[in-house]
Write a protein that binds this ligand. Structure first.
Ligand SMILES: Nc1nc2c(c(=O)[nH]1)N[C@H]1C(S)=C(S)[C@@H](COP(=O)(O)O)O[C@H]1N2
Ligand SMILES: [Mo]
Length: 359
């Protein structure tokens, strides 16, 4: 379904929400599109690329209505390799601490990396010209979500200074192929380094504003609430999520798998958003008493994850292997999910844990 592998873990059919088995992400800087997770808050809209238009308005000098041909023909094409990561990635680790009603228990594969091709958002903003008071750029999709109260289109904004950065794209292609419907055809935003929610799919409107988006999915969800807060935030409550915190997890071998006692190679990914990169990954098989540094893979772009691998000694019986990443601001993942638990289950960046059985 939706051009995905047959072995996706489908968190819901309607709307379609799914992640691949972790091993499907292993060993490759770029994720095949059929293994790229999908996160939808409403039904996938069926948009005709010929009649589709993008409206650019708000605090601009000249409001624009652009067709796909306008974008392709008038502006230089740009390509970027970037990792998307959902704020709900690894939520299952938080759900295990305390129930999180109404939110799917995503595993570690609500993240993936693709090459994205389109135009730079900053070029579109230049074409419209900015008016006084412009501070934020809001993106509005064509999908109406009844998860919002009242039902509304999915949307969100980023600060103007980020919108002006060359890595922020309006993309029509993913991994050198036209965007598929489920990934936002005909056009989506890609905001590298920010939570996946800001990479709005089925883009139909860009509004330049003098304040952040009031859309339900920015003002009332994708916010970090204190542990004792009710699940439904009043607009503006808690902390708006934006930059992705340093995170990592195992991709191979499978959690709970059995191996002949002795050396076992483990592998995973690590990612840090903003303008930070992953600089080190530590692995421990003695509960964190001692750590060895994993071998870091290449970094396909400043906006991409890094794969890593390490060989650990697995004795007979059950061993828990730990991994934790450091980013270029010297931030380190926190140890336990209890320390980061929050009512909506976002940003579980606690140490990765993998159980292996030596036989
Ligand atoms: N229009 C629209 N854009 C959206 C969403 C959505 O539900 N509707 N989900 C967001 C979230 S929360 C994430 S994590 C990413 C996921 O992108 P993908 O489904 O292409 O992997 O899309 C974002 N863009
Ligand atoms: Mo997300």
């Amino acid at each position: 379904m939706h051009g995905k592998r047959h072995d996706m873990t489908v968190h819901s059919d309607q709307p379609y929400n799914a992640e691949p088995p972790p091993s499907a992400l292993a060993g490759s800087d770029l994720t095949p599109t059929d293994a790229f997770y999908c996160r939808n808050h409403g039904p996938v809209p069926d948009l005709d690329p010929g009649s589709w238009r993008l409206r650019v308005d708000g605090r601009v000098a000249t409001p624009l209505t652009l067709s796909l041909d306008d974008l392709r023909g008038r502006l230089p094409e740009a390509t970027e390799t970037a990792t998307l990561q959902c704020a709900g990635n690894r939520r299952a680790g938080l759900t295990a601490v305390r129930d999180i009603p109404g939110e799917a228990p995503w595993g570690p594969a609500a993240t993936a990396t693709a090459t994205w091709t389109g135009v730079r958002l900053t070029d579109v903003l230049d074409a419209a010209g900015l008016a006084d008071g412009a501070t934020d750029v809001e993106f509005v999709g064509a999908d109406v979500s009844d998860a919002a109260d009242p039902p509304q289109e999915f949307g969100g904004s980023v600060p103007l200074r980020k919108a002006r950065m060359p890595e922020v794209l309006l993309a029509w292609a993913m991994n050198d192929e036209p965007l598929s419907p489920v990934h936002g055809a005909p056009l989506r935003v890609v905001v590298p380094g920010y939570i996946g929610a800001r990479s709005v799919k089925w883009l139909q409107r860009i509004e330049v504003r003098d304040r952040p988006s009031a859309n339900f999915f920015q003002a009332s969800t994708y916010r970090l609430l204190p542990p004792d807060a009710p699940v439904t935030a009043t607009p503006g409550e808690g902390v708006e999520l934006g930059l992705v915190a340093v995170n990592s997890d195992f991709l191979r071998p499978d959690d709970g798998s059995s191996h002949p006692a002795g050396p076992v190679t483990v592998a995973g990914y690590a990612f840090a958003g903003g303008d930070r990169t992953v600089v080190r990954v530590d692995v421990s098989s003695d509960g964190g008493a001692t750590w060895a540094q994993a071998d870091l893979g290449t970094q396909a772009s400043p906006w991409a994850w890094r794969h890593w691998s390490a060989t650990v000694d697995v004795p007979r019986g059950t061993t828990e292997v730990l991994a934790r990443a450091w980013d270029s601001s010297a931030a380190l993942q926190p140890e336990r999910p209890e320390q980061v638990w929050n009512p909506k289950g976002y940003v579980n960046n606690s140490w990765a844990r993998l159980r292996l059985r030596g036989v």
